[in-house]
Design a binder for this molecule. Structure first.
Ligand code: GLU
Length: 416
């Protein structure tokens, strides 16, 4: 998609907000308060390349709403990152944290960079420079970053180190850290696991039998690969997965462990055995029960939504469908769309557990983490599902209403 065709993430999120706010008759002043970002920061990031030359990148952090707690949200490294995208994703974080009812607000950050063009040393210098420039607005009780697209536990370790070298030992300043540095067991798998827990709860209520269902997973990074493993454990057959260079199909089911191992070894899914190569667009149009987008935003749009045959869309990615795309999907009323603010909230929920463990300086075992995650996912899903049923509205609108009401109440209580 060219730059001109890209749909604004912030506009998509704002349209979703408007729909819910109107339905509950939210007053104009509260609407304005809830739609306006608290703080937006853009910084230049000059570093020395390995060859001694100068490279300059742009970094962003948007703190959208902090009425319920410290701003919370990931940092993404991608060549498409811009202020609009970071702002849009920061709003989604605010709704997500409120929906699962953890004591955080919403924020997001990013650097406009193609990570494939940087060495690991350059990536470290860039990360440290970013934290040097935005560190004064971060902190365990101010704003707590985490991983997102193209960032991982190693990047979080650099953030922790850079922040702590200025402010003193503060493991709770960032989540998604390596286990050896105060990370939480279960954090890496949490977004994928949470998405599948949400699906399981919906399936139970709808009376679906996962063992008879098939899924196509778009994106096989952290979220997609873990979601694949967990949904398979429920008995759902994973018939397609995709990477950045193409998609792969096997009607009898893909060997997920082999795919994970192949990607780990070669850095790509290309050359994976026992699958037929298809295009990403063909994957989206497969005749499957579930479509699980786990890659970038805007993957389902007006151009390809009419081809989607799946009747369940499990949004493990942030904003995977544009507003127009979603309208087309749900038009006939046969599609159940399980929205990102719910389906992708497992990651930030375990980030909350990590933050709690860091503050208490008391670690949990993985069983406890997954058990607490299960309780939160199932409670949030039930609340959304029941409100949607009662008021005959989409799961997305119900999720937004629950989140908006919680944030609006906190705003009211705090006052101006
Ligand atoms: N980047 C993840 C998300 O979009 C996790 C955020 C976090 O853990 O703070 O939900």
């Amino acid at each position: 998609m060219s730059q001109d065709e890209r749909v604004s993430v912030f506009e998509t999120a704002a349209a979703q907000f408007d729909r819910a706010a109107e339905l509950i008759g939210l007053d104009d002043e509260t609407q304005l308060l809830l739609k306006t970002p608290f703080r937006e920061m853009k910084v230049e990031l000059p570093i020395r390349r390995d060859d001694g030359s100068l490279g300059v990148w742009q970094g962003y952090r948007v703190q959208f709403n902090g009425s319920r707690g410290p701003f919370k949200g990931g940092i993404r490294y991608h060549h498409d990152v811009d202020m609009d995208e970071v702002r849009g994703l920061s709003t989604l974080m605010a709704w997500k944290t409120a929906l699962v009812d953890i004591p955080f607000g919403g924020g997001k950050g990013g650097i406009t960079v193609n990570v494939k063009e940087l060495s690991v040393y350059e990536l470290e210098r860039l990360t440290r420079k970013f934290i040097a420039r935005i560190g004064h607005i971060l902190g365990p009780y101010r704003d707590v970053p985490a991983p997102d697209v193209n960032t991982n536990a190693q990047v979080m370790a650099w953030i922790f180190d850079e922040y702590s070298s200025r402010h003193g030992y503060a493991p709770a300043c960032v989540t998604g850290k390596p286990l050896a540095m105060g990370g939480s067991p279960g954090r890496e798998a949490a977004t994928g696991r949470g998405a599948v827990m949400v699906f399981e709860e919906v399936a139970k209520r709808e009376g679906w039998d996962p063992k008879t269902m098939t899924v196509a997973i778009q994106g096989f990074g952290n979220v997609g690969s873990f979601a694949a493993r967990f949904i398979m454990e429920l008995g759902v057959k994973v018939v397609a997965i995709s990477g950045s260079r193409g998609a792969y199909f096997n009607g009898d089911g893909i060997d997920i462990e082999a795919a994970v191992a192949h990607r780990k070894e070669t850095g790509t899914l290309e050359g994976l055995g026992g699958v037929e190569q298809i295009t990403n667009e063909e994957l989206l149009a497969l005749d499957v029960d579930i479509l699980l987008p786990a890659a970038l935003g805007g993957a389902i749009h007006a151009g390809n939504a009419p081809n989607v045959k799946a009747r369940v869309i499990l949004e493990a990615a942030n904003a995977p469908a544009t507003e127009e795309g979603e309208n087309i999907l749900v038009e006939g009323g046969n599609v159940m769309l399980i929205p990102d603010v719910l389906a992708s909230s497992g990651g930030v929920t375990v980030s909350y557990f990590e933050w709690v463990q860091n503050i208490q300086q008391f670690g949990w075992d993985e069983g406890r983490v997954n058990n607490e995650l299960g309780k939160i996912m199932s409670r949030a899903t039930s609340e959304v599902y029941e409100l949607a049923e009662e008021k005959q509205m989409s799961l997305r609108t119900a999720a937004f209403i629950l989140a908006i009401e919680r944030i609006a109440e906190a705003e009211r209580l705090r006052g101006l």
